[in-house]
Design a protein around this ligand. Sequence first.
Ligand code: ANZ
Ligand code: ZN
Length: 810
Amino acid sequence: MRRYNPSQLEPKWQKIWRESSLHDVDMGNVKNKYYVIPMFPYPSGDLHIGHWYNFAPTDTVARFQRMMGKNVLTTMGFDSFGLPAENAAIERGIQPAKWTAANIATMTKQLDQIGASYDWSHSLTTSHPDYYRWNQWLFLQLYKKGLAYRAKAVVNWCPKDKTVLANEQVVGENNVCERCGTPVVQKELEQWFFKITDYTDQLIGNLDELDWPNRVKTMQANWIGKSQGVLIKFAVDGLDDYLEVFTTRPDTIFGATFMVVAPEHQILNKLSISTEVKKYIKEAGRKTELERKEGEKDKTGVFSGGYAINPATNDKIPIWVADYVLPGYGTGAVMAVPAHDERDHQFAKKHKLPIKKVIEGGKLPYAGEGQVVKSGDYSGMDSPAMREKVTDDFVKKGLAKEQTNYRLHDWLISRQRYWGTPIPIVYCDKCGIQEVPEKDLPVLLPEDVEFELTGRSPLTDRPDFVKAKCPNCQGSAKRETDTMDTFVDSSWYFLRYLDNRNDKAAFNTAIINKWAPVDHYIGGIEHAILHLLYARFITKFLRDNHGIKFDEPFKKLTNQGIILGPDGLKMSKRRGNVVNPDEQVKSYGTDSLRLYLMFMGPYDQGGPYTMGGIAGTRRFLDRVWTLTQEYLSAKDKADEDLEEVAVSVATHRVIKQVTDDLAKLNFNTAIAAMMTFVNELYRLKATDGVLKSPGWQFALTTLTQLLAPFAPHIAEELWQDLGQVPSVHVGHWPKYDEELITEELMTLAVQVNGKVRAEIIVAANSDEAAAVDAAKKDPKIAELIKSKKIKKTFYVPGRLVSLVTFKKKS
Ligand code: ANZ
Ligand code: ZN
């Protein structure tokens, strides 16, 4: 008998599929289109098990949909711009372009091992000019609409290297430059932004329509952070000026016992502040926004020396400066209500400021609703009612204005980095900012640059890049040396996949409108916010300006879970618990690895990778193989008259299970159903003695079909062995006969000593003996009655089986 040898048959089929272009899609046939992709990877150089966990199940979805009759497009690309290539260049003295190309070559080979049904002719690499040229085009479209603009923004700045640093390049307790150890300062620089805030309402509004995990929708909504409140003016004592605050709780205004402003607030220029306050402001300027949020618990702050007048009570209340108030949110000033706001409460305790309760409810700080007290004429009202009333009253007095605030800022897209898409702008002394004409795109990124250890972008040291001609006056101009955030690259690549060879346009809109949106997008939860938000924004922009006819880029989204090391901990080189997929393929084969990844747990949860586990799925495939080979050598002796109901019912049942489970991406239960089915076949084989009844051909061909999306290679081989043509992967998904399943079977509750302990499924015509027998074989029941003797049995056909045992046998 032929042995199952995946290391021979897997590469064989991969070659045959590739050479026959089996998975190349007919783009002209859009009636049944199904566009499913994983999130494309950054080419770090090694395909790790997390990639497999994203890509293999995505391919299973693609193969399943194809067999269900869909015209499926699935492909793969590389998100190849970004900082790691620059770091590698500095560490190893290799050009980012070369390093990236080498990594892509390695990963492409590793990707082949997955046995995925990619149509590689739709692939793309974002660091190639034929892609990033269209990034530049996109930038210009946004610019023409006023949605790409330049403005000052605070950045991390190393005064020694004279360079901007990303947050992760600011290290240590004292926030020093990762390269030279100099303390990092915050500096305002001109940066490029995309005006995503023009789309805020739609970005929230459309969330409802999406077939996405609720968790992701909530994260997006929180990130956008829509908050309805009021702007209220507080006069500043002794100045002809006022402090404006943003509050969502104007009903607590009688409890505002002090004010807090951000260290950056302009009012501080007008108050005469002490050196202590100046020092505090300077220190706050050194912290990043993230650190300020983290350090919030300390509630540091200083009294500014100034006072404001609470417009509700006319009390003079002190103005404090504290870095828990963020300059970029609301007005950068708050009315502090320590009785009803957690942060204000902590601050008041620490700095011994008065706390005045104005809402009845629980223990302070009480942030809920309740009856208003100590609030003048408003006392006695419910807090929501007061909110409306006090807002109205203050608006009438010209002291307040209703306002909706968002946490979402415009998208800062410029990076003072080399390995990214050059921004297509030049600066002319005479004409100012000038866009590079579309016909002159791409602005090519030089691929042979020198990395000075200064950390400065090598582009700034390349006169041949920087020197440009002004498109307006033809005079000399300077080219923009900032490059784009790589999130720009990934914000529309799924559209370019569809028309990736187009050298006249970013894409042909007619093709996009036929094939997009993506029907199913699968990837990690780490992209729940930024990548998806940016892709949604760019899609809406293209809809408004470039004829795209849909609102959202990804109809359905699935997030996979995380694979842990065999020890149950996060995989890391340091811990030595990293599982290398190449080695797993070598030892067990691609199909076993794919199957195991989908069997180990619910897909959105992941779990620990165990060697025993993959050995188990390999054993399962061995059993499938052996059974099929045994059948093949016995089938000539088939006996047409043999009874085959059991085989047939079991087969129809497993089709239904796997079909239903796959549609819901319940890979693990689908695989478990196939395992149960194979066990059942082995049991039937043992009873029949030989594999002679005609039902076996049906059972085994069906099994290969069901296995095909999961373990495509062994399925193809056995399909051929069973005499089937053409490829199992272009054939149809098996259908089940609903009647055969439901008519032939019934569910019975099993009682032990009067309590329902299990449910069993038995043939509909079972008599009492058969039902009792089946009940005793149920694992749960078997365990319960293990050391007991049955005294009496009881049977209600279609309803239940009841077992009564003797009290413990002595
Ligand atoms: C008084 C008050 C009383 C507040 C109370 C809350 C509870 P969201 O919902 O997130 O928009 N706030 C306003 N600007 C701030 C800033 N720049 N930095 C830090 N906090 C700021 O939060 C709005 C609330 O956050 C505002 O309502 C304000 O505190 C605070 F019982 O005003 B509240
Ligand atoms: Zn000019």
